[in-house]
Design a protein around this ligand. Structure first.
Ligand code: DQA
Length: 152
């Protein structure tokens, strides 16, 4: 098992396409909480001294830029790549830059992609991630944060 140490004080929580629609998007799959709800929940769970920055984009290039920023600022990453999970080699390469720099990058999913359509069973990100947590709604993010901050 790989320990995600060092435990940086800055954590980027990055969300890919369509996750800005959380709350109304397929609530039976993703729940009724919004990204703002998630931001508040994580802020409440973060230990003192940990700066959380939750962002969302529908743009692959922007998401890649944020992973570069994580490397440049020594930030840990919690990444929900959304549909990019299943096919974006460019995002995979950027995620590899983070973990190769010795920074933790935890791939998270609200749903359990393995219990859904076949195309969701493949993640091109998992192979370069520190770890993967899926299927627990906002709990997936909370578990990732707990691991990154040393509580797990
Ligand atoms: C998701 C699962 C992906 O398959 C999907 O494309 C998403 C959300 C999740 O959090 O469960 O947009 O990453």
């Amino acid at each position: 098992m790989t320990d995600p140490a060092p435990r940086p004080g800055r954590v980027l929580v990055l969300n890919g396409p369509n996750l800005n629609r959380l709350g109304t998007r397929e609530p039976d799959v993703y729940g009724t909480g919004t990204l703002d709800d998630l931001r508040a929940e994580l802020a409440g769970a973060a230990p003192e001294g940990v700066a959380l920055d939750l962002r969302q984009t529908n743009d692959e290039a922007e998401l890649i830029g944020w992973l570069h920023e994580a490397v440049d600022t020594g930030s840990a990453v919690i990444l929900n790549p959304a549909a990019f999970t299943h096919y974006s080699y460019a995002l995979r390469d950027a995620a590899a830059l983070v973990t190769k720099a010795g920074l933790p990058l935890i791939e998270v999913h609200l749903s359990n992609p393995h219990s859904r359509e076949e195309f969701r069973h493949t993640s091109v990100i998992s192979g370069v991630a520190t770890g993967v947590i899926a299927g627990f709604g906002f709990g997936s993010y909370r578990l990732a944060l707990a691991r990154i901050t040393g509580a797990l």
